[in-house]
Design a protein around this ligand. Structure first.
Ligand SMILES: Nc1ncnc2c1ncn2[C@@H]1O[C@H](COP(=O)(O)OP(=O)(O)OP(=O)(O)O)[C@@H](O)[C@H]1O
Ligand SMILES: CC(C)(CO)[C@@H](O)C(=O)[O-]
Ligand code: BAL
Length: 283
């Protein structure tokens, strides 16, 4: 496995890469969810292709300075995981070098980012699109793998690929979970033991809503009420950031659950913000 820390170093290795190239962008603090993405990447290119990962905690996408400061950074362990999973190249730039000090161009998304995380983390997806476009330009992958845990991110990246005619195929990977249902997330390691024990509540709330789908229920409010019921009785540290039922196509709230829907939740335990989602298709 080779590594690089700036654009020119990365480019100097590129001639050694055999096509096709699959790319997995991450912010590090790797867990099993990320490893499942590396495996999807390998499947997509086969043994003779190249799997590239990036590890970069992108300051442009953080809306809260404390979140950026506390984001877990475990580079040595991450590189060991990548080696073990057969990743061929890891790009891990530092922010000071990655962005020019006077960088002034950003990608804006104006529709899919109106709700969910886009509404509660202003500017977040502009930061995500900007870094992902820059990484795509550097790595020039044939495939890029993104997790469905960050459903809105996946939808926005797909839209960026379509609207800016990027030459990359996006692959969606299912959410990898702990035994108790909690979606794996780098931020999970910042939870207290009590909050960690309570956190599967998010998954239970989403499942309670999904269970209504077999009845053919069309009222969004009924789905939201079923989920809210499960969010009651949480510890004091718990605070819902949003709970929304949206169209899977537009990510806008639905008046009736008569098209494929997504219920998405974001919640804080103290300062730690977790997200999860579930697909809902009423019968
Ligand atoms: N549990 C998971 N299952 C599958 N993919 C995941 C999972 N968690 C993260 N990913 C995906 O890994 C990629 C990198 O995500 P990232 O490095 O932000 O990890 P993360 O665990 O989502 O971190 P955090 O939730 O703390 O932001 C994204 O495409 C994301 O959707
Ligand atoms: C795609 C990404 C690596 C861009 O910084 C990040 O948003 C993430 O880890 O999901
Ligand atoms: N996985 C999403 C990256 C973030 O929370 O900033």
């Amino acid at each position: 496995m080779k590594t690089s820390t700036n654009a020119s170093e990365l480019l100097s290795f590129q001639s050694e890469w055999s096509s096709p190239v699959a790319f997995v962008p991450t912010m590090g603090a790797l867990h099993e969810g990320h490893l499942s993405l590396f495996r999807r990447a390998r499947e997509s290119v086969g043994d003779s292709g190249t799997v590239v990962a990036s590890i970069f905690v992108n300051p442009l996408q953080f809306d809260r300075p404390g979140d950026l400061k506390n984001y877990p950074r475990t580079l040595d362990d991450d590189l060991a995981f990548c080696r073990q999973e057969g990743v061929d190249h890891v790009f891990h730039p530092n922010a000071a070098e990655f962005y020019a000090p006077d960088h002034s161009i950003q990608v804006l998304e104006k529709s899919l980012a109106q709700h969910l995380c886009g509404a509660t983390r202003p500017g977040h997806f502009d930061g995500v699109c900007t870094v992902v476009l820059k990484l795509f330009n550097l790595v020039a992958p044939d495939f890029a793998v993104f997790g469905k845990k960050d459903y809105q991110q996946l939808a926005i990246i797909r839209r960026m690929v379509r609207d800016l005619s990027l030459r990359v195929e996006i692959i969606a990977a299912e959410t990898f979970r702990e035994q108790d249902g909690l979606a794996m997330s780098s931020r999970n390691r910042n939870l207290t033991a009590d909050d960690r024990a309570d956190a599967p509540r998010l998954r239970k709330a989403l499942l309670a809503a999904q269970n209504l789908a077999v009845t053919g229920e069309r009222s969004p409010e009924k789905y939201l009420a079923a989920a809210r019921q499960q969010l009651k009785g949480a510890p004091e540290s718990f605070r819902v950031d949003y709970l929304e039922l949206v169209s899977r196509q537009t990510l806008q709230p639905l008046a009736s659950v008569s098209e494929p829907a997504l219920m998405a939740v974001a919640a804080f335990y103290g300062e730690v913000r977790l997200i999860d989602n579930i697909e809902i298709t009423a019968r």
